[in-house]
Design a protein around this ligand. Structure first.
Ligand SMILES: Cc1cc2nc3c(=O)[nH]c(=O)nc-3n(C[C@H](O)[C@H](O)[C@H](O)COP(=O)(O)O)c2cc1C
Ligand code: SF4
Ligand code: SF4
Length: 274
């Protein structure tokens, strides 16, 4: 079977889950191609199976994933698709699967599997708990996530159809759930880049700008400056070697648990900042 796989990731969880599936697919003799979503990719090569893995942000998928799915061309032949969502809490994936399904159903896709994989929380600047786990706790959560991803990949190959669609998170009232979802989707994500701050001791090393997956950071006068394309993926915050990035609503992140999937090495773009 030929399998195409696409992901978006801030801190490596969604890549880890899709790579784990990929290993199972390869071990079973399939031909696979795995790559990060790119807004310039408007058509995906024909395959027997197409899989997506995205994180959930405030009960929905990241804006860039929504945009990407909307942009890809309708498939000529009906395309079998699976959707996986990584979440800090399996009960709190909200509309993430539904949002993907809504777009893909207009693109001649047959959804064969949808699932949520719990991975460590990476929202370091969140003003309220839950915060990222300790390194030790994270390792345990990742181990369980990998096991779950392996089982999912086997099920997919065996044609087992399982569907996760939507459920109200238990610890939220319906009002609070919709408030958070709609606020982030229609107001938060457009404006939260404005909340980023950096301490004066930043030495302008440029790492945050080089690794940002949406190219939303410029170094100006040797300090990072954020822009509106930011997806709040938390990569810059969790990778800054000096823990100097924070957001005004959450306060300093110095000394707080940071999170990135330990094997994740983001690509560094060449930059020429003055
Ligand atoms: C801005 C933001 C919002 C988040 N919202 C949720 C959420 O609503 N529900 C949830 O279970 N996890 C939430 N998380 C946690 C991530 O979904 C989780 O850590 C995910 O695995 C990160 O994947 P990545 O490493 O591929 O970026 C959020 C994380 C961020 C940064
Ligand atoms: S990674 Fe940290 S130290 Fe380096 S430029 Fe960015 S904020 Fe400054
Ligand atoms: S600026 Fe930081 S949080 Fe925003 S998309 Fe880039 S790396 Fe992610």
């Amino acid at each position: 079977m030929k399998i195409e796989l696409r992901y978006f990731t801030g801190t490596g969880n969604s890549l880890k889950v899709l790579e784990t599936c990929n290993t199972v697919f390869l071990e079973s003799g399939n031909l696979t191609n795995i790559s990060e979503i790119s807004i310039n990719e408007t058509s995906i090569p024909d395959s027997d199976l197409l899989g997506f893995c995205f994180p959930v942000y405030a009960f929905g998928i990241p804006r860039i994933c929504r945009k990407y799915l909307k942009r890809i061309e309708r498939f000529r032949k009906q395309q079998k698709v699976f959707i996986l969502i990584t979440a800090g809490d399996s009960d709190e994936s909200g509309f993430a699967v539904k949002e993907c399904k809504n777009v893909l159903s207009k693109k001649n896709c047959e959804i064969v599997y949808t699932g949520i994989v719990r991975m460590p929380i990476n929202w370091t600047t969140s003003p309220v708990p839950p915060f990222p786990p300790s390194k030790e706790e994270a390792i345990e959560i990742i181990k369980d996530g990998e096991t779950q991803a392996q089982e999912i990949a086997k099920d997919i190959l065996e044609g087992v159809r399982t569907y996760h669609d939507f459920n109200y998170p238990k610890r939220y009232s319906k009002v609070k759930f919709y408030w958070d979802y709609l606020l982030f989707k229609y107001l938060g994500i457009q404006n939260m880049w404005r909340l980023f701050e950096v301490y004066d001791s930043c030495n302008g090393c440029q790492l945050c700008a080089k690794i940002c997956p949406t190219d939303s950071i410029k170094i100006i006068n040797k300090k990072p400056v954020w822009s509106k394309t930011c997806e709040q993926c938390m990569r810059c915050v969790n990778f800054c070697p000096q823990e100097l990035i924070y957001q005004t609503q959450g306060g300093s992140t110095k000394g707080r648990n940071k999170y990135r999937e330990p094997s994740f090495k983001p690509r560094q773009q060449k930059k020429n900042f003055s």
